[in-house]
Design a protein around this ligand. Sequence first.
Ligand SMILES: [Zn+2]
Length: 323
Amino acid sequence: MNRQALDDLKQQIPLMGYLQAHDWHPARPLSRGRWMGLCPLHGDHKPSFLVDPNKDLFYCYGCGRGGDVIRFAEIYHQVKFSQALALLRQWRGAEPLLHETARFYRIQLHRHSEPVAYLYQRGVRSLALIEHMRIGYAPGGCLRGWLTELGHSLPALRQAGLVTGVGYDAYVRRIVFPLEGNLYGRSLSAAAPPHRFLPGAKGGLYSWAQAQAYPEVILVEGLFDYAALWEAGFHNVTCSLGTHLNARQFRQLCDGPRTVYLAFDADPNGSGQQAAQGLSRSLRERGILARLVSLPDGHDPNSFFVQGGDARQFQSLLEAAQP
Ligand SMILES: [Zn+2]
């Protein structure tokens, strides 16, 4: 990549936008349009990360690191320069594509009765919740045509994993939830694998920017658990999309003093509870208080509410949660 191509890439990915897409929040303004915030590169407790959006540069007074968006991507994703470039190029290409896809799927949801009935049965019943989570529906067989009409190339759709090698829509009869840089699809058909992601990372904790502000956070493993808790009025909830947290999600939970309530599935084989115990130990080692929420046997937070549990009862489970 020559100098000009590097400059173009940096111009197309403003540092501030990239930081915010990775959950960074400006905490206080400084002179000349600069901002301070918590450093996303080390365990920061008072804002020491300075961003200059005009120069597209950052500097951290805590860990002493600084540079442009490429340098940030290198440190943040812990990759070499050439890999950071590849990640940024991919991010630049995939971002508008995922945005269009999510928008298209949201329109489809309101045109089909099957996904709406399914959502209802899983406790997702209010329009406000559907809007909040930006839930959509992938009927299959129509995304490719729509996106190519908008000017996206077939190879780009294939690379993003939205279209299969032979040219069919990858998501068919799936409820779709937009994530940071990915899309989760829940199958309505028993003949297909229930959970599906696009290739690439599942991203950070779900809706972390919202949950982060609370001193007590409830962590669940599935998006339907998240939905049920949100609907019941628990807005301090976040989701790890599985019981195994990636490094980024773990770092997020540890980014400030808080108590984490682990409300994983009480499945019969005990795997959810085992994962919760392991995570609780790791969190305690980092000085984060963790409590294990004990759900009735065979329940997850979603089924707890769908089968008649209410907010007051769940609150009692939180209060009874043991370290
Ligand atoms: Zn730092």
